[in-house]
Ligand binder design. Sequence first.
Ligand code: ACO
Length: 312
Amino acid sequence: MGIRLVSTGSYLPEKILTNHDLEEMVETSDEWITTRTGIKERRISEKETTAELAYKASLNIPDLNPEELELILVATATPDAFFPSTACKLQALLGNKNSVAFDISAACTGFIYALYVADSIMRTKGVSKALIVGAERFSKILDWSDRTTCILFGDGAGAVLLEKSEEEGILGFDLGADGSYGDLLYVNSVGSNENPPYHLKMKGNEVFKVAVRTMVDSAKRVLEKTGVSPEEISLLIPHQANVRIINAVAERLGIDKSKVFVNLDKYGNTSAASIPIALDEAVKSGAAKKGDLILFVAFGGGFTWGSCLIRL
Ligand code: ACO
């Protein structure tokens, strides 16, 4: 008995904020942002809450039958409320009453953490259908006068339906965390001694260095555990933070650029939503096909990191 990612969906809010728009807001340039990050534009949710983004991404999953879901997980660092969880709000929007629902907080690694939790629950508790969503509204936690951070992030959501199956679709994980790096990338909240507004703060170039090294090491470990070589990977779907991080990771893993999925030029860094949005685009564009070996790798605040190898 295995677990498969059977279908995917995503949703990006309508409003596009380009690098040229940002030139009007802070001392920056399209050229700087493009060469340093690879990002050209990002989406901003003007009205939709994180739960609504998650809902629209879920509705975009072909043939989703919400009543059948037994588990709903939302990976997010930007929930609508302290409680109820975004997953409970999503459950209500979907009209489901039969599931366990909760949020996962692991910043940009949230989707892989959520897959790990869902995989464990499904294998041990007899759950046969689970909805896993990465949804973020980072535009609400950015300091729009800080050019070192506001240019990087965007809003959006991606969703996958997991099902018990005869074929094995989730082949292995490598996950980790190191809280001693917490002050390199954080957003405080009411439990801290900081006063609002709570804004994202980051030491970008220090994050960059640890991100590359850690993502490479994690991906290598999951390949080693599963006995798969880099050449056998059909597609690498890395967290979409910075194209220079993605290129450095792919190069050090020995995975050809043609097998690396990149869409951060359109959406920026959507944190926990970036991998499921990319997976959905890869599936719907034909870049990812049934039977493909796909490697996810992510890194984020915490620090947290994770890799997951799947067979689609
Ligand atoms: N426009 C123009 N100039 C800028 C901007 C901007 N938006 N932001 C910073 N600068 C300036 C800096 O002030 C600095 O100027 P100085 O040399 O006069 O002091 C110069 O550009 C270089 O700044 P650095 O921070 O050294 O630039 P770097 O090449 O490291 O790029 C960046 C910055 C893009 C943030 C990069 O470090 C990065 O992507 N880090 C990873 C951070 C990240 O992605 N975090 C997200 C969560 S973790 C994850 O998802 C992996």
